[in-house]
Ligand binder design. Structure first.
Ligand code: MOS
Length: 744
């Protein structure tokens, strides 16, 4: 349809600044904890100081008399909170099924045991400290090392790996592990809950207002029609804000019980205890190849930890079955119970820790074969998705490998360990491939065209900082020709037409068909108005008209035609509204006939100074095959941010649990290390920009998560090249590298 605006910048693929940027940089964007209402009270939870055991006694008598305290809710007086059945056909998703305060059993450190409500945050905090709780504590099991015990599932299987591996002339058999990582969005989780006697309105930090609405309504025992969720801006979530957590229920129950608005903001310490984390993983990789590097067999047997009463799995085989060509493949996964809080999705769940193992093992195989790691991957590039025997919708991994190598200067690499030097600095060059799912979720979108030549797009999806406001505005501009600054994007409210959750990098792909349909339905009404008797184009057939830059004219006519708004005004219409909806990609007639994924490669240079044991990630060249890129600027932000997160994953991030108490002990931003500006390498990101038209009419996939996948193994592989030390347990520590025999 329309591909450019009067300034010549294409609406699709251009480098558009965030339309919500001015609101954010001027402090006018209202984040969930910014909402205030008359009579608002503050809630502060009391957190368990054991990891496993029972509450034997609780004394609130002193705390309740403290200044400003209105109430202290415990199991005795919180009121009814329903349990959502674990199997509800995916209609209601949450990672901690037990309602807060449901019993006296403690299953993890920091579990909420009471909540204090007071006039001010300080009063509530002071009183929460004075709630006296006695426990019968057991010794927690928070060991990170895991052995198989419980049920193991086969995630993917083809051929015969036992024979394939045992008869292979070249073999790799190694185990890799990744630690518990905690999401650390700068915005804390928060709930501001209001109740008017019939209806809840909850201002939440959520990546899915629609799921949040269903879960909260069910657990609080009200019909969904009486539950409204608002989330206008999110200070990121990384998966930690996908599903509801217990604090939201405490806030809503307190609002109901006291008939006052309640604000509950989770502290940074509680962020490590009560709102999920990526579980630790341990993955045994067995790779067999012939002397030419052809994979004969690939096995990945992973374990991950899970909470005592949940079965949350980190599906480490997410990207394994279709990544390489091999006749024999088996991926199995098992859960190991630990006295640690429920885990949840974290950016690129499964694929990110999974690819650390797969892509480290591939590098070890390249070393064993004395073969270039890029060549090894090229040699095993599959023609189809061999796990399902279907073609790929659009896969350009081979180009990611060759173009990435070219941009990086890979042909200058000397494979000998520690051989590339600059003075007393050793250069390590490593690389890894990556992949991430692509799919569409169901989405409803409305587009309104107004008589003042503005447009509005409505959908109950949300922008978690990735650029959804901007992308939706671009889509409406593309399909109506109305410029971006005349388009209002109305999202983040569950009363709007139901939109997709912000997870799995799926929002952009999901809203495209619905927005196109809605815009076309609205334009159709304008055309009807335009061709009515007495109207500007009376007597003209609708298909003789065209819309360009927000104006209607006859095909072939010179001149400007008439603006959409003036046609509506002539017809005495304030606005017209069109509806559109996208189906889930799994509901497509040919859903089973194609394999949808995004692909990429990372090439890394690390610099190792052995005399002072200093390691730095110096530069990265990244290629991303993420379908058509809708906004080059916001997309690049996603990939660059994810790469920086990958530097943290490779070198710093690890939540540490005290073996005696079971407490996460580095539960603050001073002790839990994330990559900072000073750690950031020079980044060079390229999008291949091949449209994937099987997924939606613009061919867009999504880029929220893939940038993190593959970064940590690329860095570990580069570290091996520099130092000769193969680190199979993240994060890579200086202590590991002191074994290096490379000297200068
Ligand atoms: Mo992402 S872990 O699906 O928010």
């Amino acid at each position: 349809m329309l591909t450019s605006n009067p300034s010549g910048m294409p609406f699709i693929g251009g480098r558009f600044a965030r339309v919500d940027g001015p609101l954010k940089v001027t402090g006018r964007a209202e984040y969930s904890s910014d909402y205030n209402f008359p009579g608002l009270l503050y809630a502060v939870p009391v957190c368990a100081t054991i990891s496993t055991g029972k509450i034997t006694h609780m004394d609130t008598s002193h705390a309740i008399k403290m200044p400003g305290v209105h109430e202290i809710f415990t199991r005795a007086n919180i009121g009814p909170l329903q349990r959502v059945p674990k199997h509800n056909h995916g209609q209601m998703i949450l990672d901690e099924h037990r309602p807060p305060l449901a019993d006296d059993v403690i299953r993890y450190w920091g579990q909420y045991v009471a909540v204090v409500v007071a006039d001010t945050f300080e009063q509530a905090t002071a009183a929460a400290r004075r709630v006296h709780v006695e426990y019968d504590a057991h010794t927690p099991d928070v060991r990170m090392a895991m052995t198989t015990g419980g049920k193991t599932d086969i995630d993917s299987h083809r051929g015969d790996t036992q024979t394939g591996f045992s008869t292979a002339p070249v073999k790799i058999d190694q185990t890799y592990s990744t630690p518990i990582e905690t999401h650390n969005p700068i915005e804390l989780h928060a709930s501001v809950a209001t109740w008017d006697g019939h209806n809840f309105t909850l201002y939440e930090t959520t990546q899915s207002i629609m799921n949040h609405r269903r879960v909260m309504a069910a657990m609080l025992g009200v019909p969904v029609e009486r539950m409204r969720i608002v989330m206008k801006f999110l200070g990121s979530g990384f998966g930690g804000k996908l599903w509801p957590w217990p604090h939201a229920l405490l806030a809503a129950a307190a609002a109901r019980n006291l008939e006052r608005p309640i604000k509950l903001v989770v502290s940074r310490k509680m962020m490590f205890e009560d709102v999920g984390h990526r579980p630790n993983t341990q993955q045994r990789m067995r790779l067999g190849a012939d002397h030419d590097g052809r994979l004969l067999s690939l096995q990945q047997d992973y374990l991950c930890s899970t909470a005592p009463n949940e079965n949350n799995k980190e599906p480490c085989g997410e990207a394994t079955p279709f990544l390489y060509s091999t006749p024999n493949l088996r991926v199995t996964g098992g859960l190991v119970r630990r006295d640690i809080a429920p885990s949840t999705a974290m950016r690129g769940p499964g694929a990110v820790p999974g690819l650390f193992a797969v892509e480290s093992a591939m590098d070890e195989l390249a070393v064993a074969l004395d073969m270039d790691p890029v060549q090894l991957r090229q040699r095993n590039e599959p023609k189809i998705d061999e796990s399902r025997n279907v073609p790929f919708s659009s896969r350009h991994m081979s180009e990611c490998l060759s173009e990435g190598a070219k941009k990086f200067g890979w042909d200058k690499r000397n494979p000998k360990i520690g051989s590339m030097r600059e003075g007393d600095t050793i250069l390590g060059w490593g690389m890894a491939s990556c992949a991430w799912m692509a799919a569409r979720l169901p989405a409803d979108v409305s587009v309104e065209l107004h008589a003042d030549n503005t447009a509005r797009v409505l959908s109950a999806t949300q922008d978690i900082g990735t650029g959804t406001y901007t992308v939706l505005a671009q889509l409406v501009a593309e399909y109506t020709g109305i410029p971006l600054d005349r388009i209002t994007v109305d999202i983040g409210d569950s009363k709007l037409p139901p939109g997709p959750l912000s997870g799995g990098s799926m929002v952009t792909a999901s809203v495209i068909p619905a927005t196109k349909q809605a815009a076309e339905a609205a334009l159709h009404q304008v055309m009807q108005a335009a061709t009515q008797p007495g109207a500007a184009f009376a007597g003209t057939a609708m298909d003789e008209l065209r819309v360009e830059n927000g104006r209607v004219r006859r095909k072939g006519d010179a001149g400007n035609g008439r603006s959409l708004g003036s046609i509506l005004a002539d017809a005495h219409l304030d606005r017209v509204s069109g509806k559109g909806s996208s189906k889930s990609s799994s509901k497509d007639a040919d859903a089973d006939k194609l394999s949808f994924h995004s692909y990429g490669t990372h090439f890394v240079e690390v610099r190792w100074q052995p005399r002072i044991a200093r390691l730095r990630v110096h530069r990265l060249v990244t290629m991303i095959d993420g379908g058509r890129i809708i906004n080059e600027r916001t997309a690049r932000n996603q990939i660059e941010g994810a790469i920086v997160m990958g530097v943290g994953m490779a070198l710093f991030e690890q939540t540490e649990y005290d073996a005696r108490s079971g407490a996460p002990i580095n539960s603050n931003l001073a002790d839990y290390l994330v990559a900072t500006h000073a750690d950031q390498p020079a980044l060079d990101v390229t999008f291949l920009d091949y449209p994937d038209y099987a997924l939606n009419p613009l061919g867009a996939r999504g880029v929220g998560e893939i940038g993190l996948a593959g970064v940590a193994p690329a860095i570990a592989n580069a570290v091996y090249h520099a130092t000769g030390v193969r680190v199979r347990q993240l994060p890579i520590r200086i202590e590991d590298l002191l074994q290096s025999r490379v000297s200068v």
